[in-house]
Design a protein around this ligand. Sequence first.
Ligand code: PMP
Length: 419
Amino acid sequence: MITHPATLDVERTAGLDPEVLRRDFPVLHQEVHGKPLVYLDNAATTQKPSSVIDALVRYYEHDNANVHRGIHELSQRATNDYEDARTVVQEFLGAAESEEIIYTRGTTESINLVTASWGRANVGPGDEVLISAMEHHSNIVPWQILCEEKGARLKIVPINDDGEFLLDEYERLLSDHTRIVAVNHVSNALGSVNPVREIVDLAHERGALVLIDGAQAVAHMKVDVRSLECDFYAFSSHKIFGPTGIGILYGKRSVLETMPPCESGGDMIKHVTFEKTIYNDLPYKFEAGTPNIADAIGLGAALRYVNNVGLEGIGAYEEDLLAYATERLAAFEGVRLIGTAKHKASVLSFNLDSIHPHDLGTVLDREGIAVRAGHHCAQPVMDRFGVTATVRASFAFYNTRAEVDRLVETLHKAREIFA
Ligand code: PMP
């Protein structure tokens, strides 16, 4: 049984005060069905601080213009802010150069870019692609399509009953045919934090590349792509307090340089004739067409916000909150926790008796509590645990123990309703 301190260790969390930080998030201050909103669906998408909303409004009110094209003042301002945001992302991920940061629509598009560009050029018949048994559909299906197209094999690294990545099985599955390993840093369905550093080392020993799906990691822990030595790292802005419709693919320059473009058109070219096109330099080679300028700027504002709060404090605070919530739910009769890895981040998946997760989700919603109920775009994980769906409460630093208490009280109510 996990035991948590009665109160929060303020020193460890670097003085992070959720009550103060909540003031930065306008959406949190509302009633839903006549009850104060408890937003516990952060793994699906996070709320946006005023600084992000303001950055979007400021851009559209003052600077709106196309980037990289105009010599006029507005275009230069838009270009500067758009490229500044890229530098913020570079520093946030610890990447060596801003040319290694490619704007995409999100994690899904980032992974599809790698399968379509690197994958098509580098995976052939008899080759192998390794993913884990706890991937989101967006880190399964693109690889499945690639393997089918190329006559390659998709191999799955199993997980144990706690939802932990099995490193020894992984080592056995790696072979000289493995071209790439694609794993999530943190599982969205289970919350397991994967041993990505070891995964990268073992893959590189066999000459395979590694893509890390960081969609559920970046908002909860410090990520440094250079110390991880991964070849690709993908994440979505909307899961780290930024706007939807924008995300990042980090790639090592040495790998990106060898990759053909994925989409083509304006901006990704240096020179076009009907006979031949010379492609643009990194990162523009992978950014065809007018980009999502405003949301890139919004992402920059979101990362600045997170930097100001401090990821160390965020990680420590959320660890405490997750331990508190886990202890309360583990002690709740009839609750089955799905995903009990030793190392977890911010996700609590569970079922209560035989109540359907959608029914439970609806009862929680009537009490103003937003959770996700479903298969979490990870149906193979549901199969692994013999369920079709779970209820998932997922936390951010603006959540509190009092909100966890409201969740638990409402579960008692639901039990009475469905008894
Ligand atoms: N991978 C993981 C682990 C995720 O949690 C998600 C979003 N639920 C994705 C990929 C896909 O992210 P997006 O929908 O923002 O592209």
